[in-house]
Design a protein around this ligand. Structure first.
Ligand code: HEC
Ligand code: HEC
Length: 350
């Protein structure tokens, strides 16, 4: 194989369950546990693995569900339709995502990686538990437009799924909880930790070029107050000065908290694999990293919730960055691309 994946998963072959014959007389397959190995340059995870320990069969079931159009009313729009691996599980062809019957959503599909480390989910933090996030795309009219009860009926009558649920969970009952747990097992294992930057951070004999390193230093001083730490997010909600889109009137975090002081605040996104996750921002309004950097110097608009870090001492708005510095920051951002993750066939549809 051309790309040798970074091994973060160690399989421990425990043969428990092999003797259990369930009601159908079906002997579930052996189901080894998957161990989530935290990369040495990463923080602790937030996902409680004890409540849903990933197993080989649970992961396989989650992956099958992730790529299956049965989860949508039209039988076509799977999770993987909007979350495409080669773009770090984002979607490109439309600025905001589009779902069943070509309906256009108002937000840009987020990348899926390192979600085991996140405290809450979506651009406004509408879900504070990964397993419960999935109900949003499944039921949203402009996404999968389906009900959980319908999905359960479809899966129960499928020739393969009941057996796969039995392999993963011990018996063939298809429940909402099991669907969500399996999806979480798949998504939790998606750790992206093998970019050039990671290897440099872990001192794995990888050097950043002089320009990339200069970009890193600039990033640390201009951006890392929000895009903080190894994950490049402090996981807070902030208004970074994007003018409000008059069509969508997306107030972001305020939608969740109801608080006017949260108006137009969005989750500070991780910038891992950012080279692949264009278009950028919650509504995909910028196509390139150059556009994003130009926005931070020249495009920031004033509002009552604008983050104070984007207001200069002389009251002018935006960050002070030269064109040459922008080039270096972008070179640094590209060191966050993790091709091992993008090409890791554990997460691929085929
Ligand atoms: C129609 C496109 C579409 C489909 C289908 C879709 N998603 Fe998403 N996904 C999005 C968008 C858009 C967001 C951002 C939502 C928001 O901020 O309100 C998102 C956000 C997420 C997040 C949160 C990521 C984060 O960093 O917080 C997860 C997890 C996720 N999706 C998983 C799934 C799963 C699992 C499925 C299938 C059950 C799925 N998505 C189906 C478009 C889609
Ligand atoms: C005051 C906090 C703050 C600072 C400082 C900041 N950002 Fe951001 N950044 C955000 C927030 C919040 C968002 C999401 C905004 C949205 O979508 O509404 C964001 C979004 C982005 C995105 C889009 C990512 C995506 O997945 O769509 C990029 C790229 C980005 N910032 C790069 C930078 C760079 C480079 C710097 C430094 C030059 C920087 N940011 C400084 C808060 C900040």
């Amino acid at each position: 194989m051309k790309y040798v994946s970074y091994i973060i998963v160690f399989l421990i072959y425990s043969c428990s369950g092999i003797e259990d014959v369930n009601d159908d007389g079906y002997t579930p397959m052996p189901n080894p546990k998957l161990v989530f190995q935290i990369p040495s340059n990463f923080p602790e995870i937030t996902y409680d693995l004890t409540q849903n320990p990933p197993t080989e069969k649970g992961f396989d079931l989650g992956k099958k569900l992730f790529y299956d159009g049965k989860l949508a009313s039209d039988g076509v729009v799977s999770c993987g339709f909007c979350h495409i691996q080669e773009f770090a599980f984002t979607h490109h062809t439309h600025i905001t995502s589009h779902g069943v019957d070509g309906q256009i959503g108002e937000r840009n599909a987020q990348p899926l990686h390192n979600l085991a480390f996140m405290e809450d989910f979506t651009w406004d933090g509408a879900a504070n538990f990964l397993d419960s996030q999935f109900i949003i795309p499944i039921t949203a009219q402009e996404e999968m437009n389906e009900t959980i009860s319908n999905i359960i009926i479809k899966l129960e009558s499928d020739e393969n799924y009941p057996r796969l649920f039995a392999d993963a969970f011990g018996d063939d009952e298809v429940t909402t909880e099991r669907i969500f747990k399996a999806l979480s097992q798949f998504i939790v294992m998606m750790a992206s930790a093998n970019s050039k930057f990671d290897k440099w951070q872990r001192e794995e004999s990888v050097m950043l070029t002089a320009d990339e390193d200069a970009g890193r230093v600039l990033f640390d001083s201009k951006c890392a107050s929000c895009h903080a730490g190894t994950l490049q997010t402090d996981q807070s909600y902030r208004n970074n000065g994007l003018p409000l889109d008059p069509e969508f009137q997306d107030y972001g975090r305020e939608r969740v908290t109801g608080l006017p002081e949260d108006r137009q605040k969005f989750k500070v996104p991780s910038l891992r694999n950012v080279e692949m996750t264009f278009p950028y921002m919650h509504d995909g309004r910028f196509n390139s990293l150059e556009d994003v950097l130009d926005f931070y110097t020249d495009g920031i608009t004033q509002s009552s919730t604008l983050d104070a870090q984007l207001i200069m001492e002389d009251s002018s708005l935006g960050l002070d960055i030269t064109d040459d510095e922008k080039v270096k920051i972008i070179l640094f951002l590209k060191t966050l691309t993790d091709n091992d993750f993008i090409l890791d066939n554990r997460f691929s549809e085929f």
